[in-house]
Design a protein around this ligand. Structure first.
Ligand SMILES: *Cc1c(COP(=O)(O)O)cnc(C)c1O
Length: 339
């Protein structure tokens, strides 16, 4: 099976499983799991923040981030296509009574600061209080430029807003920019990181911020059911991922670049390729047939009119070669003149 639906599908490698088996554990609710503590210290060090907190999922880490930044009746400005607006089941509104104020993304995945400024509510009893700007990096594989982040940081300082980055795939940005996490994280108050995407851990996310913020986050994490006990076995996977699977993300990016070129040469309508994501258009009347064709070739792909293909550490160049050949065979049988 070649699974290109997402980079969440990565399985723990034998070496990662060994690290998990060897992990020293304690009870993390009592704060005495040494491996969780080591992972959180490492995340704090890498991000340049004073503290970090380990979560079972990125959704929970993002929810808790919002619960810490915003009180009932406050609002956050966020992208219309952002994960922590669109793909987290409305958690901020449901569980936090926090109002999202979504705005459109620019083509590069950023939120134009003039649009953010226009969305900020005056201090008036009619309005929710605008507290936070939430950015996503990478967004649909797009790396937010450092110059934009610096401007957003300045802007939020002037407007008395906090700045959160949903950095589920922040290490893809780090590698693409050939920089360090701290060079991106300096432009935010708080940052979430997923260990379970391209970094290859089976579970886990981190929220980074200052000490008081992370203390509050620890309470919300407990309240939302995220206080784990012998979580060191999971944190060991995360530590392994940070030590071994960051710089290799470049391979995923190179593979995505190669795949986009090959598919283009084959006649597939490639819309974009950024970091580890390739987006292609599939003619509406071929979506069903292509989905079935991929399945018959042991390729897992969520085929739609706009199809996302995600490279990761469990797909090799050889696998992608096989995908290209399989797609070519499909196009032979479904030439545009037949449809
Ligand atoms: C995957 C993802 C998350 C968190 O997802 P979980 O599956 O809950 O870990 C958050 N933000 C973005 C942009 C993501 O891609």
């Amino acid at each position: 099976m070649i699974d290109l639906r997402s980079d969440t599908v990565t399985r723990p490698s034998a070496a990662m499983l060994d690290a998990m088996m060897a992990a020293e554990t304690g009870d993390d609710v009592y704060r005495d799991d040494p491996t969780v503590n080591a992972l959180e210290a490492e995340a704090a060090r890498l991000s340049g923040k004073a503290a970090a907190l380990f979560f079972p999922s990125g959704t929970q880490a993002n929810l808790v981030a919002l619960l810490c930044h915003c009180q009932r009746g406050d609002e956050y400005i966020v992208g219309q296509q952002a994960h922590n607006y669109k793909y987290e089941a409305g958690g901020a509104a449901v569980l936090g009574s926090i109002q999202p104020q979504p705005i459109l993304h620019a083509a590069d995945g950023s939120l134009p600061l003039a649009d953010v400024a226009a969305a900020i509510k005056p201090d008036d009893i009619h309005f929710a209080r605008t507290r936070l700007l939430s950015l996503e990096n990478t967004h649909h594989g797009k790396v937010l430029p450092l110059s934009y982040l610096e401007q957003a940081w300045q802007f939020t300082r002037e407007r008395n807003l906090a700045l959160h980055i949903d950095g589920a795939r922040i290490f893809n940005a780090v590698v693409a920019l050939d920089s360090a996490l701290i060079d991106i994280a300096r432009y935010c108050d708080t940052l979430t990181i997923c260990l379970s995407k391209g970094l290859g851990a089976p579970i886990g996310s981190l929220l980074c911020g200052d000490v008081a913020y992370i203390e509050e986050a620890r309470r919300w994490r407990k309240m939302t059911g995220g206080g784990l006990r012998q979580a060191g076995i999971l944190a060991a996977a995360g530590l392994y991922a940070l030590q071994h699977n960051v710089s290799r993300l470049k391979e995923d990016h190179d593979n995505a670049t190669w795949l986009a070129e090959q598919l283009r040469a084959t006649g597939v309508d490639v819309v974009s390729q950024e970091t580890n994501m390739v987006y292609v258009n599939v003619p509406a009347n071929q979506v069903g047939a292509l989905q079935a064709w991929m399945q018959s070739g042991d390729v897992l792909l969520s085929v739609g009119a706009r199809t996302r293909i995600v490279t990761h550490l469990d797909v090799s160049r050889q696998d992608l070669q096989r995908l290209v050949e399989h797609w070519q065979a499909f196009l032979h049988q479904h030439s545009p003149s037949d449809v």
